[in-house]
Design a binder for this molecule. Structure first.
Ligand code: HEC
Length: 125
């Protein structure tokens, strides 16, 4: 291969790399962002818009909703445990029935996006 062709190919490879990295970063950001929107719609009434567990509905519940910004508590849960709690409800993880199950309302992708958002809330600040 001649020198010009080589330089040209290297440029193409570099460009492809930049595009791939850029896209995967955007995808990760979009997931947690999607989770944030789902949280506002479905979870904030109990857990609060900021995830502090002080939603508008919280004073009426016998068991306080989890504070999702609590690093200690949230860091002690695996993603699988969070998935189970969200999908099957509080009872499935020996918690209160006041935490509803969302497996029939939200898709697996939705729940994973929610978990990405929960991880941001608790553990990435
Ligand atoms: C009707 C009120 C209510 C709504 C709506 C609600 N939750 Fe909860 N949630 C609770 C309560 C109450 C608890 C605490 C249960 C306990 O500690 O026994 C809880 C606990 C949790 C837990 C913690 C389980 C653990 O391991 O400590 C997660 C995760 C969670 N909720 C996620 C969500 C998500 C995500 C949504 C929205 C899709 C949501 N919740 C909507 C009331 C609610």
């Amino acid at each position: 291969m001649n020198r010009e062709a080589n330089i040209f190919l290297n440029c193409l490879l570099g460009l492809a790399l930049i595009l791939t990295l850029g896209m995967s970063a955007a995808l990760e950001a979009a997931d947690a962002e999607q989770g944030r929107l789902l949280y506002r719609e479905n979870c904030a009434q109990c857990h609060g818009l900021e995830g502090s567990g002080k939603g508008i509905n919280a004073p009426h519940l016998e068991v306080a909703p989890r504070n999702h910004t609590d690093y200690e508590e949230m860091n002690a849960r695996t993603n699988e445990e969070l998935f189970k709690a969200i999908s099957e409800g509080g009872q499935a993880v020996n918690k209160s029935v006041l935490m509803p199950n969302w497996g029939h309302t939200l898709s697996e992708e939705d729940i994973n996006n929610l978990i990405a958002f929960l991880r941001k809330l608790c553990c990435e600040q």
